[in-house]
Design a protein around this ligand. Structure first.
Ligand code: ME8
Length: 516
């Protein structure tokens, strides 16, 4: 891959106090689609995910479970690792914050910040939410149903009073604003960018970055009565994984990250604290943070206490992996909040995958199989309508690149479905089954145009639905080494006379029990 442009994409690292659910699966899948797209488009990709294992929240959960924090972390980190496998993710690394490489990176970053005078010892007195692992000002709090104080997220808060090291965040406001201005793509979507900028413009306080009241964390070098604030620890994972404190090698190639994908709940940590820590240590801030929206379940907030957590594994078992991957990225405009419902899942699976895409491929491949001697048909001259469809298919790659660079997965899919619907309309109008007797040469041309359109579609659905797309490309006899986007152009169009295997349906319909 020498000479290929690097592309570094990360998911948040997930807390090990909880089992993976659909929200975690969503972020990881979005990154996987992007990583696959960029690899197919010739980039040298590094895709990182992993688990966030320190902090008071994990320590408390372990206590409740009667386990050591390390034992809880080992068990739940394994669940998240397993989830990436079940989701068919192509991550290049899986980081755990309890690994020696990460502890070394955090301590090196700490020492650098201390050396530069960005960290000082003081005393913290204020509100803390263990659930959010975040500090809050008095004026950010709201009253709960019994008059108790709650974080803006609704999480309980407690008064904390202890010696603490502070990071001089208050000194970084102007430089953060200059960074957002210099890099207009540094935060997406626009609504989040506005939110972050107004938070920074409101003035920043110094940030408490160590704790003494518990011990499950990375020791502060030289003062081991303190452990590092879990967010300083967690955010550092993104540079640990490229070799920090060694800034040659992978760091030189991949840093700054092209994209930190996160949920909207943690944008402040990624777009305020993280770039400030990095700049304060003399390192480059990330190129972009994109914050997607929040999933609810059949209209309700997803929560363990309500008992409506959606297990991605059971969804995949019921509907199929590619179907779930498609649904999650298609159902909701990326960046907006969305609602999961089984009805919506089944509708998209049946109407868009089975009817639109599946039927198109199946009709075309079986007509070619029956009427063209199971070979890619020989086409003649193209009509204006043939060209229109072929041109629309050829224009797709540009549209995909554009949508992917803005993380608009729903737009990328919609662009593909515009062509799928156009191709289905073309089949109906051209009626190749009728041409069989009247004009077999024209039938062959029509079927070639359609098969070539399906080739484009199958190439471009690979990032979203890798297994089904591979099966379609197998059925079109596209060689495995000709499935990246360098091979999408007309120079690599289907060659008449190429033998084709017996076609098989790729997108099954879900027939519901009790349905007629
Ligand atoms: O915040 N809808 O970890 P976490 C959409 N360890 N996305 C959701 C979701 C939902 N209902 N629920 C969770 C942490 N997510 C820290 C991160 S990074 C250096 C440290 C996704 O286990 C979403 O991406 O609470 C959200 O940001 C993330 O899971 C939070 O995971």
């Amino acid at each position: 891959m020498s000479g290929a442009k690097p592309f570094y994409v990360t998911t948040p690292i997930y807390y090990v106090n909880d089992k993976p659910h659909i929200g975690h699966a969503y972020t990881t899948l979005a990154c996987d689609v992007l990583a696959r797209f960029k690899r197919l488009d010739g980039f040298d990709v590094k895709f990182l995910t992993g688990t966030d294992e320190h902090g008071q929240k994990v320590e408390k959960s372990a206590e409740v479970a009667g386990l050591s924090p390390q034992a809880l972390a080992d068990a739940n980190s394994a669940n998240f690792r397993e989830l990436t496998k079940v989701l068919g993710c192509s991550n290049d690394d899986f980081i755990r914050t309890t690994e020696p490489r990460h502890i070394a990176a955090c301590q090196a970053l700490w020492n650098e910040l201390l050396k530069r005078g960005e960290i000082y010892l003081g005393h913290y007195e204020g509100w803390y939410s263990v659930r959010d692992e975040a500090f809050y000002n008095e004026d950010e709090l709201k009253a709960g149903p019994d008059g108790q104080k709650l974080a803006p997220t609704g999480a309980p808060v407690e008064w904390v009073k202890e010696p603490s090291y502070f990071f001089r965040l208050s000194a970084w406001g102007e430089r953060l604003l200059a960074y957002y201005d210099r890099e207009p793509d540094s935060i997406g979507p626009q609504s989040r960018r506005n939110e972050v900028m107004s938070f920074v413009k409101g003035g920043l306080n110094d940030l408490s970055v160590s704790r003494t009241s518990f011990s499950w964390g990375i020791p502060v070098p030289g003062d081991e009565s303190h452990v590092m604030y879990v967010w300083l620890d967690a955010l550092t994972n993104y540079i640990t994984a490229v070799g920090y404190p060694d800034t040659t090698g992978e760091y030189a190639k991949y840093w700054p990250a092209d994209l930190h994908m996160v949920g909207k709940d943690i944008v402040r940590f990624h777009s305020v604290y993280w770039p400030a820590f990095l700049m304060a240590a003399g390192l480059e801030p990330p190129k972009r943070v994109f914050a997607h929206g929040w999933w609810t379940n059949e209209g309700q907030k997803i929560s363990k206490s309500i008992g409506n957590v959606i297990d991605p594994l059971s969804l995949i078992e019921r509907y199929g992996l590619d179907q779930v991957r498609y649904f999650l990225l298609r159902e909701v405009p990326f960046g907006n909040d969305g609602d999961f419902s089984h009805r919506a899942m089944i509708n998209r699976m049946n109407s868009e995958l089975a009817n639109d895409y599946g039927n198109l491929a199946q009709r075309v491949l079986s007509m070619v199989g029956k009427n063209c001697g199971a070979q890619v048909p020989q086409h003649g001259e193209f009509t204006a309508e043939d060209r229109e469809l072929l041109d629309a298919a050829a224009a797709l790659i540009g549209k995909q690149r554009d949508a992917m660079d803005r993380q608009l997965f729903h737009e990328a899919l919609e662009a593909l479905w515009v062509v799928i619907r156009a191709a289905n309309g073309y089949v109906d109008r051209q009626a190749p089954w009728a041409l069989k007797k009247t004009n077999p040469e024209r039938m062959a041309t029509v079927l070639w145009v359609l098969a070539e359109t399906v080739r484009h579609l199958a190439m471009l659905t690979q990032p979203f639905m890798p297994t089904s797309s591979a099966r379609l490309l197998d059925q079109l006899a596209v060689p495995e080494d000709q499935r990246d986007f360098r091979h999408i152009g007309s120079h690599f169009a289907l060659k008449p006379g190429t033998p084709l295997p017996t076609p098989q349906g790729v997108f099954p319909r879900l027939v519901e029990e009790g349905a007629v």
